[in-house]
Structures are given as structure tokens and as C-alpha cells.
Design a protein around this ligand. Sequence first.
Ligand SMILES: Nc1ncnc2c1ncn2[C@@H]1O[C@H](COP(=O)(O)OP(=O)(O)OP(=O)(O)O)[C@@H](O)[C@H]1O
Ligand SMILES: [Mg+2]
Length: 210
Amino acid sequence: MRTILVASSKGGAGKSTVSTNLAAYFAVEGKATAILDADKQKSATHWCEKRAHLESAVLPLDGTRRGWDKSLPEGIQRLVVDAPAGAMGEDLVAFLDMADAVIVPVLPSAIDLEATVPFLNTLVAHPRVKKGKLPVGILANRLKPWTSASQQAVAQLKSWPYPVVGELRDTQAYVLMAALGKSLFDYHSEQIRSHQEDWAPLLRWLKKSL
Ligand SMILES: Nc1ncnc2c1ncn2[C@@H]1O[C@H](COP(=O)(O)OP(=O)(O)OP(=O)(O)O)[C@@H](O)[C@H]1O
Ligand SMILES: [Mg+2]
């Protein structure tokens, strides 16, 4: 089993959107995939329930319950952990211990960048992150690439000590698909394919890291 933790203490950065789309990518690829939903809001769980009838269903697991680690089903090939807002590194130790890669989504605004720095500082307290054994990637999310706010935010993110592993544009497609239990990887129109291309660098980085 390979485990990807999607985490940021900042609310609304796109953790659940990234977790669900990534899980769908693996499931569409034919991998037995589960989401460990560590958020009491249960956004990812509700999304899984909506796609339960699909061949590329994703199994929802409750990561808010004590003992979740003792009842992981056999045969899961990809596990995506959707962390809750407000959780710092010390709250995520159990997930960091088992993760093979960590994705930190960040929105292109000073408020979001500033809120993410202390979160990253708590991640580096984890021995595997400190020793470089657990790769951490920054994922710029909801970019409007033609705006100077997005351009400046990406430039600033690139000066941080973690790699920027992807740049996802802002599109209503994510909002509409989330409501249906769907993902970008369930559609093939030209417009959706262009947004799938946003994911290519992240998926390449993951392939190397997993
Ligand atoms: N790239 C995107 N383009 C457009 N809308 C997006 C994008 N990413 C996320 N959103 C929207 O932004 C909102 C917040 O995203 P999401 O719920 O994934 O964030 P979160 O980090 O999981 O939030 P929370 O901290 O509450 O768990 C949602 O309405 C989602 O549909
Ligand atoms: Mg969420």
C-alpha cells in the first residue's frame, strides 16, 4: 500500500478536492483505492458515497475514529489521507508515520501563504521529514494564471524549501464534479483534458516518490 497525505492547517486550501481527484485518478487507473477521511466534516466520505456505484469506486475509511490503523482493509493499493483544517504536524503524526508522500495545497493569497509557513515548520519536526525520507510537495491551487496575485504567489512558493509539485487552475469543474462524486479523471472533453494536464507534474512527482 502506498499512502499520500494531503494536509494543510489552512481551511479551504483544497485538501478534499485534491484528495478526491487523486483518489479517483488511482481508482480509474485500476488501483484498489481508499480515502482515509480524517476530517469530521466528512466531505471526502460523502464524495466516496456518491461514486460507490462506479467501477472506479473509492472506499471511504473513517480516520477520526481511534483505532483506524488497526482496521485497514487488506488489499488497498493506494490510500489518500484527507486531513482536517487546523491540524498541525503534531496532530498528524500517525498519518506522517505511514505516509510515502505529503501534498500541501496552498491558495495564491498572502493570507494563505502566511498561514502555511508555521504549518510547514511543524511538519519538519517529524523525523522522516527532517531526514528527507518523507517527500513534501507544495501544490499551488485555484490559480488564475493571468493575475499578478497568482504569479507572485507561485514565485514566492518557489522560494520555499519544498518543491512546487503542481499548479492547479481555478475552475468550476472541481465544484460541479465534487457534488456528483466525480473527478477530472472521469471525463474526457477537450476542456477537462486541459485541466487534467495541470495534474501531470504532480503525478510524475508522486510516481517518483511512491
Ligand atoms: N482548483 C479549484 N478550482 C475551483 N474551486 C476549487 C478548487 N479547489 C478547491 N475548490 C473549491 O474550494 C472550496 C474549498 O475546497 P476544499 O473543500 O477542497 O478545501 P479543504 O482544504 O478540504 O477545506 P477544509 O479545510 O474545510 O477541509 C470548495 O468549494 C472547492 O470546491
Ligand atoms: Mg476538506
